[in-house]
Design a protein around this ligand. Sequence first.
Ligand code: TTP
Ligand code: MG
Length: 576
Amino acid sequence: MDSKRKAPRRKGDDRVILHFDLDCFYAQCIENANPSLKTLPLGIKQKSILATCNYVARKHGVKKLMGIQEAKRLCPDLVLADGEDLSPFRDVSKRIYSLLKSYSWNGRVERLGLDEVFLDVTDIVAYNLALLNHHNLEHSWFCLSREDPEKGFEFDAREVKGCVWPPEPEPRPQDEGDDNQRLRLLLGSHLGFHLRQQIESLGYTSACGISTNKLLAKLAGDKNKPRNQTTLLSSAHPAPFLDPLPLSKIPGIGSKTKQALKTLLKTDEDLTVHNARTHPAVSPFALERALDGGEKGIGQKVWLLLHGIDSSEVKPARDIPRQISIEDTYRGLTDLSQIRAGLVQITTSLLKRMHVDLLDDSEQPVTPPFPSSSPFPSSKPRWLGQPKTIRLTTRPYYPPSERDDFEYNHGRASKSAPLPRYIFDLATNTGMIVERLVEGTLLPLFHSLNPDSNNLRIGLLNVCVINMDGEKHAAGGSDIMAAFQRQKEVGEIRAVAFAEERPNHLDDVAFASQQLDMEPAKDSDSDEEAEWVDDDDHQDGVRCHLCGCVIPVFAVEAHGRWHELDEGYRVEPRWW
Ligand code: TTP
Ligand code: MG
């Protein structure tokens, strides 16, 4: 029966997608600010863990998300730098994104987190494929501009640049179609290399994956890190590439799906893609039934993932984020003066972030009557986007003794209000704006969320501005990477925070769909459902199904918070 089953039809196989992932990102940012650190083992500290470490430290066995004590034990010379202030990382991230965007012709440049970017370069590659002189491939010219033929670089079109998968020399392509696909990927590999060099000119090394869809490009890039790149030449037949991978390596396959597959296969063993893909009991229909309660079409989606098929588009570049939110957690704020202080602090950071992300600081003429000799500045920043709504979210604090009884997001509730226009007045002092916003808008929202002010015990405050002027989300319902992205957005991983103090309860991770607001936002930025709501457990920690990292149990809270940092670039899920 299995042998008669046809592999699903492939869509979008003629695309060329590049995926960039910066090497030890925070560590590189710190090293660039202080180059003498480059040769030393360096760890970037956030509270008691390493957010990341450089590759010198990794040689000593130090790993991302390791506890400081353990890292110091492995590498006593480890230099620690503070990574609590994220502004420098965001700024570098923005610069690198802008750089890559400037090379795109079709504008399809999509960020994933702070240090990953997808680029759809199908059009650039097609243009250059047509230019190739097959009699002189060795001295080819890669054209980076349709308008200016001199803008480009010389390259050897006989060879793929960087590593290839499969590593063995490919058998001769069977037909012209295959040959063309190889050439397209080859061109993509040279472009990927060129772009990595451009990123290096800013001082940052990266890994790159080149393939025909986002899923495969991301997985290909993981093959050779750091400062390297991998082209998946067999994109049309990815089974040998995917088959050995554990299911948890595939973005979108988490513990629920894994469990459903184990049930279908009647096994308790950990499964590889091959086990799942080839088993006769596994089909889109069977998966749909096994994942009953998940979103419609989930069976088909998982089925396609197992076959390396991802027709999701690289989303068009955005100049401004969809939302900006800042939050902090507390060990139970009980009185209003503490709440007020918390809100002032968060709102101050939020305004700062809005200025960085939403103001166009390029020269703008100021309307008269300033004469040219005027002491006033001759230009002023312009708002690129103005959010229309502000939302406050709160959650009670549960001491560790009570946490067993609740989901992490138990009691998380939000309320929204129109964002007062005075916050866009750049002539007013920021402190005054913050005071007014806290008094006039946020505290009233807080009271309506927490009417009993004699019984406060606040564990989290989050202030978010949403509903950007003129912004429309673009993700499609069947978009696998969008689900990837959305998982990050939801902050599901936060629930694992409980596990920090009760390491034997890794099942806390299965909280993802529990992030319910009392007031589902009408102003939501997205009309999409989140998809993969499951997670993995792991012997030494928890595998984050958002990014695939195995997180030591004590680091899950920090990891979850990290996933929330990039909220500005994420689509808001509906249930917020
Ligand atoms: P990653 O790309 O996962 O890690 P990395 O860039 O440090 O290392 P690699 O060379 O393996 O790609 O994450 C990007 C940055 O995000 C990382 O430098 C630190 C930060 N980060 C956190 O703060 N918390 C986390 O849980 C993770 C995974 C990353
Ligand atoms: Mg990275």
